[in-house]
Each structure stands twice: as structure tokens, then as C-alpha cells.
Design a protein around this ligand. Structure first.
Ligand SMILES: Nc1ncnc2c1ncn2[C@@H]1O[C@H](COP(=O)(O)OP(=O)(O)OP(=O)(O)O)[C@@H](O)[C@H]1O
Ligand SMILES: [Mg+2]
Length: 261
């Protein structure tokens, strides 16, 4: 299997407004891609389409909407191909759950461990080794209500990884993290990439762009503003055009200075 996303003429309408407007895009399973765009440009809506949370608002004979080469998926099956960590995800869990329970819930695509869930030994083993990989073993019995944002994020990523997904989707991973926690998270994402999982990173923060990202899709007002390789698009000029402010990017370190144009 080589195709991850295949969209042609895909639109999403809410309140009589096209919040995604006629998108045509292909993403291969082997790519590491960043979706970048200003607030409200449609990034999270695009992700919701990919993870099967919403569907295109209308389909014509020339519309194509395929994820991993299929037009429809049972959500549970799709979840084993795709690990997802969104900024809203942590609010879906009861605060009384501990880190290990959050990670185990990934096997059931649920937001907790319930009476009908049978946690097998191999699941427990996989959850524990993934928690270890994310370097939060000492916190696995801590309730999530007592964890910092950075700690919770690591358990949510571990939850997304327990099914060995082909692609990990991260929507605004640095939200609510301080600079040090963001840098630590970037290291972790690079470790995940080194283990073979591909990434679809959604962000409005240029500082989130790790070196392994080799393709950029710029979204603006629900449309594809630009799409292409790092060398051509991850530049001060292109980012300034996208965000409408002057951005000076140090292309070696990803550090950027921003000035109002
Ligand atoms: N269910 C909905 N009903 C009405 N409008 C919606 C709905 N969902 C999203 N929108 C609107 O669609 C636009 C795109 O929203 P989306 O959340 O996809 O943007 P985003 O690029 O992820 O923004 P951010 O960077 O702030 O996360 C916004 O103007 C938002 O208000
Ligand atoms: Mg968003």
C-alpha cells in the first residue's frame, strides 16, 4: 500500500461557508508532511476528514475521497492504521484515569477502560514498552488530573502508537507547552520517526518543523495556498506570504523572527 490520502475536489461546508474549498491532494504513505496555515485556515477540519470524523459535504462524479486506498473505513480499523493526537483529545478522558489506562484505551479506540474491555497480557506489555519509549514510565500510575500538559501529551502519543500505526497525526502538538517542553517533544517526535512511523504534522508554529519533514502543504482560507518540497517552501518569503507578516527564518535552526509587515 502506498497511498495515504487521495482527495480530488473535496469540500466541507459549515454554516453556508466552504471551510475547505475544493481540495485536491495526494499524500503517499512514505512521506513526512506538515500542514501549515494561520488560525482558522482549515487545518483541523482537514485532519477530521482524514481520521474519519467528518465526510466531504457533497460528492459529485469527479470527487475522489480515499484514505489508505479505501473510500470507507470502520473507525476502529482506521485507528489501527492512524495514530491521532489532537489538542482536544485530552479533554475526552476522565481526570481519574492514570497514564497507563489512557494508553491501554488506544487498543479499544475508547476514552477509558470499561467493563466490556478485556486487557490481554500482550496489550499490557505493549502499553508499558511504549510508555517506556516515551520516557514516562515513572508516571504511569499518576492520575492525568495531576499531570502537566507535557506529561499528558506523552501518554496521548503513547496511546496513539500502541497499534503500530503507519502514520502518526499530530494536530498542534506544542499547544500549551513551554519552550523546553516543546524542544523535548520535538526530540521525541524525531525518535518516533527513526523507529519507522511516518508523521502528518499540523501546526501554525514554524518552530514545530523538525528536519525530517520533507513536504509542506500550506492552507489559507480553506484552500491549498502552496504544496511542495521543503527546499522550495520552507523559506522566509513563502512563510511571510502565507501568514501575512514578515518572517525571517533561520533555515538551519528553524528559529524565526517575526515582525509586523
Ligand atoms: N462545526 C463547525 N461549524 C461552523 N464552523 C466551523 C466548524 N468547524 C470549523 N469551523 C470554522 O472553519 C474554519 C476552519 O476551522 P479549523 O478548526 O479547521 O481551523 P484551524 O486551521 O485548525 O485553526 P487553528 O489554527 O485555530 O486550530 C474556522 O473559521 C472555524 O470557525
Ligand atoms: Mg486547529
Amino acid at each position: 500500500m502506498s497511498s495515504f490520502v487521495e482527495f480530488r475536489k473535496v469540500s466541507v461546508v459549515r454554516d453556508d461557508r466552504k471551510i475547505l474549498d475544493n481540495l485536491s491532494i495526494n499524500i503517499d504513505c512514505e512521506e513526512n508532511v506538515a500542514i501549515i496555515g494561520p488560525n482558522g485556515s482549515g487545518k483541523s477540519t482537514f485532519i477530521k476528514l482524514i481520521i474519519g470524523e467528518i465526510y466531504p459535504s457533497y460528492t459529485g462524479h469527479d470527487t475522489v475521497f480515499r484514505i489508505f486506498e479505501r473510500t470507507s473505513w470502520k473507525i476502529h480499523d482506521l485507528r489501527s492504521m492512524l495514530g491521532v493526537v489532537s489538542s482536544e483529545l485530552q479533554h475526552c478522558f476522565h481526570n481519574e484515569l492514570n497514564g497507563l489506562e489512557v494508553v491501554l484505551s488506544g487498543f479499544f479506540s475508547s476514552f477509558g477502560i470499561f467493563a466490556n474491555h478485556v486487557v490481554r497480557k500482550n496489550m499490557l506489555k505493549k502499553a508499558e514498552s511504549t510508555i517506556d519509549f516515551l520516557e514516562v514510565s515513572s508516571l504511569k500510575y499518576k492520575k492525568i488530573e495531576t499531570m502537566s500538559s507535557g506529561e499528558i501529551k506523552r501518554f496521548l502519543i503513547a496511546r496513539a502508537l500502541v497499534n503500530n500505526p503507519k502514520v502518526l497525526v499530530l494536530d498542534e502538538p506544542s499547544n500549551s507547552l513551554d519552550i523546553a517542553s516543546s524542544v523535548k517533544l520535538h526530540k521525541t517526535i524525531r525518535k518516533i520517526l527513526a523507529s519507522g512511523t511516518k508523521i502528518l504534522l499540523v501546526t501554525h508554529l514554524v518552530s514545530d518543523i523538525i528536519p525530517e519533514i520533507n513536504r509542506f502543504i500550506f492552507l489559507k482560507s480553506g484552500k491549498i495556498f502552496a504544496d511542495g518540497k521543503r527546499k522550495i517552501f520552507f523559506t522566509s518569503d513563502k512563510l511571510s506570504l502565507l501568514f501575512g507578516v514578515k518572517i525571517a527564518l533561520n533555515e538551519n535552526s528553524n528559529l524565526c523572527n517575526i515582525a509586523i509587515a
